[in-house]
Ligand binder design. Structure first.
Ligand code: GLC
Length: 712
């Protein structure tokens, strides 16, 4: 391949080289559609995004492969984040299944649809760890924990890319957005990020390193600056770390117009300067702003870049196209046989399974769930029959139909008398429907309150300062709650919502996130008990927005939070604890961790540590339990988090059944970054915890002691 690339490169004009670095939004081509087609035929566009459908893509590919001088095929990119035609739960929801096998399966199912629409590159997985629900894009991420995000990264790269990128059933994928985008100031999208080098190394970078180790084909730097240096121009991370230390040999694709935005960042005075900064930093493809095509010729003349810099980027792009098999068969994706009816049904079934397995039962203390065959159900609220809202962000190709809560309930409970009253709109002041809602509730055996956000209240450019219910939904809920009837709240949302008043008064609350095409059926499966809720929170759920950031792996501080101690780390007007901790999620049965043991108690460097935990189902129905393995190094040369997640295990148990789950660690897993950010293991005591969440009152502890110091 490299000879072929070198021969091609040697024959390319500067315009053709820059064309390979030029990705254009086919939905909004800067010069209009005719100009876009002309440029493709002239070989000055190398890839397109935001277009799908075999016929359209074949026509454009023919322009590149039959009209242009060098016949270099196009890459077609699309944000297939959680499904193409069939939409799966948003990543923050799916992360709560804590199941890499499911994460891989939904990625694979997504490309069964998207590759037949000609997509050869998905801008996914999004790997930005986030602890700030104000940020709209928390919906797109795998939660607050770097260990979880790293497992998620590996599973998604496997699912999208398979083991051989050139196989027609696989496509390239993108680890995005590097880095620390989830830590934007105040949760404001695109805002500056100022996190420590330590937090970068311990939290925000590991999921990307995991993606690189898993063979991810492309990486997308984030819009934000990090301590004044925009990631799009951050050579120390993109070149020195990702390429130099991690050995990433793939393609870096800028985010949308992010190269030109270096001018607005204040680090470049014109397009030539911006293009030069990005190219030198390691960005190969420039998305949408034509900064490379229009800026690099001047940058060359001004000596800001050399032809070698351009050639290096072009080589990477040509290499990716070759690895994708596009030179051998540029039409191979779209020529795939259509999905069979069975295959399509399997994808729908997987979407339904993923929906049910992403629902978190937050509260159920009066046993309001599962429903006990009520005759008259009042389904109240603006999210009950909202097919579009079920998708959440990024659903470009979906046929705009989803199974709503109402549809799912009717299908699961055909005999029940279900009265649906929206009551209010999702946002805005219209509350004229509250009296009707109250009437319906008064006549019912049980009330289901379907509340939450619109899909457009989360995702890119949709940060919210107040993480509460929009519009007049609270007024609706309080009017219904005042009746004293059994009330189950079903939340549809892209972020944790601060609703202490609802958690206080509703009998049961389900966090259903945005579940996608099969939302209503997944919700009905949980409401009826057909699926015993098994998902857990991948992000801490704040009691109030004022607690943000709040997460499980925080450090102790010199005055650890203590409600009994005035001079301790806390607010005087808010509780110390979140509404629900990381990992929280109830079941219709009761589990207990009945024993935890770690061996050997005295560990020598290089030895394997085995932790066993016995779990018992002490309730009346079968269920799936998830337990977390946390580590704490209580005394080290650098203060360590009070809980560090090191493993997750699951057990499916019948009533009364007991099982032992096993974790294995090695002494490298006890390592941390020392004062110079170098990995280091220090001798001494380590605390080990196993339990159903980061709620420390529900963790079973043991210890091990590491002899002698061993630096990996
Ligand atoms: C957007 C997003 C990025 C996406 C890209 C292409 O601005 O930041 O996640 O992949 O543009 O749609």
């Amino acid at each position: 391949m490299s000879d072929r690339i070198e021969r091609l490169l040697a024959s390319m004009t500067l315009e053709e080289k820059l064309g390979q670095l030029n990705m254009i939004d086919a939905g909004m081509p800067p010069g209009g559609e005719d100009e876009m087609k002309r440029q493709i035929g002239a070989g000055t566009i190398g890839s397109l995004l935001n277009i799908h459908g075999a016929e359209k893509l074949n026509a454009l590919q023919r322009l590149a492969c039959e009209e242009s001088r060098l016949r270099i095929p196009l890459i077609f990119g699309l944000d297939v984040l959680h499904g193409h035609y069939t939409i799966f739960p948003i990543p923050l929801a799916e992360a709560g299944a804590f199941d890499p096998n499911l994460w891989e399966k939904t990625a694979r199912a997504s490309i069964e649809e998207t590759r037949r629409a000609g997509v050869t590159l998905t801008f996914a997985p999004m790997l930005d760890v986030c602890r700030d629900p104000r940020w709209g894009r928390i919906a797109e991420c795998p939660g607050e924990d770097a260990w979880v995000a790293s497992r998620y990264a590996e599973a998604k790269v496997r699912g999208f890319q398979g083991s051989d990128l050139s196989a027609p059933e696989n496509i390239a994928c993108t680890a995005k957005h590097l880095g620390a985008y989830g830590a934007v100031a105040a949760g404001r999208d695109y805002a500056s990020v100022d996190v420590s080098e330590r937090l970068m190394a311990e939290v925000y970078l590991p999921p990307f390193e995991a993606a690189v180790k898993a063979g991810v084909a492309t990486i997308m730097p984030s819009f934000n600056d990090l301590a004044g240096i925009p990631m799009t121009a951050h050579g120390r991370f993109l070149n020195d770390l990702v390429r130099g230390q991690w050995g990433f040999a793939g393609v870096m694709v800028s985010d949308y117009t992010a190269v030109a935005e270096l001018i607005a960042h204040g680090v470049a005075e014109d397009l030539a300067g911006a293009a030069a900064l990005a190219l030198k930093a390691g960005v190969d493809i420039d998305m949408q702003d034509e900064a490379y095509v229009r800026g690099l010729p001047a940058a060359l003349e001004r000596g800001l870049v050399a032809m070698a810099d351009i050639d290096r980027a072009v080589r990477r792009v040509l290499d990716l196209k070759m690895r994708l098999g596009l030179f051998d068969d540029p039409y191979r994706h779209v020529s795939a046989a259509p999905l069979s009816a069975d295959a399509a049904a399997e994808i729908t079934a997987l979407a339904r399974e993923a929906a049910a397995r992403s629902i978190v039962l937050l509260k159920n203390d009066k046993g309001g769930l599962p429903l006990k065959n009520p005759k008259r159900i009042a389904l109240i609220g603006p999210l009950a029959d909202a097919p579009l809202e079920m998708f959440g962000p990024w659903f470009a190709a979906a046929p705009l139909h989803s199974a709503t809560v109402l549809e799912g309930l009717r299908a699961a409970m055909p005999e029940a008398d279900i009265r649906h009253v929206p009551g209010v709109t999702i946002e805005g002041d219209d509350d004229g429907g509250i009296p009707d809602a109250v009437t319906a509730a008064r006549d019912a055996d049980i009330v289901l309150l379907s509340l939450g956000e619109t899909k457009d209240m989360t995702g890119e450019a949709h940060s919210r300062g107040r993480i509460e219910l929009p519009g007049r939904q609270r007024a609706l809920a309080e009017a219904v709650l005042a009746l004293g009837k059994p009330v189950v709240a079903i939340l549809t949302h892209g972020r944790p919502l601060a609703l202490p008043w609802l958690f206080e008064r509703a009998d049961a609350v389900l966090a259903t996130w945005f579940l996608g095409s099969e939302a209503g059926h997944g919700i009905a499966a949980v409401l009826t008990g057909a699926h015993n809720p098994s998902a857990r929170l991948a992000v801490t759920w704040p009691y109030d927005g004022g607690q943000i950031p709040i997460y499980h792996s925080h450090r102790s501080t010199g005055r650890p939070a203590n409600p009994e101690v005035y001079f301790s780390t806390r607010h005087t007007d808010l509780p110390i604890e979140p509404q629900f901790p990381f990992g929280h999620g109830l079941s219709y049965t009761r589990f207990a961790v009945t024993a935890v043991a770690a061996a050997p108690a005295e560990v020598a460097p290089g030895e394997t540590i085995t932790i066993e935990a016995e779990i018992e189902n002490q309730g009346e129905v079968a269920g799936e339990e998830t337990v977390f393995l946390f580590l704490r190094d209580p005394v080290a040369s650098v203060a360590r988090p009070v809980l560090e997640l090191k493993g997750v295990a699951k057990a499916v148990l019948k009533p009364g059944e007991r099982k032992v789950v096993r974790f294995t660690l090695n002494t490298d897993d006890l390592a941390f970054l020392d004062r110079d950010l170098k990995p280091r293991v220090e001798a001494g005591l380590f605390e080990i915890f196993v339990g159903p969440s980061a709620d420390r009152t529900r963790l079973t502890a043991t210890t091990i002691h590491l002899r002698g110091a061993a630096t990996p």
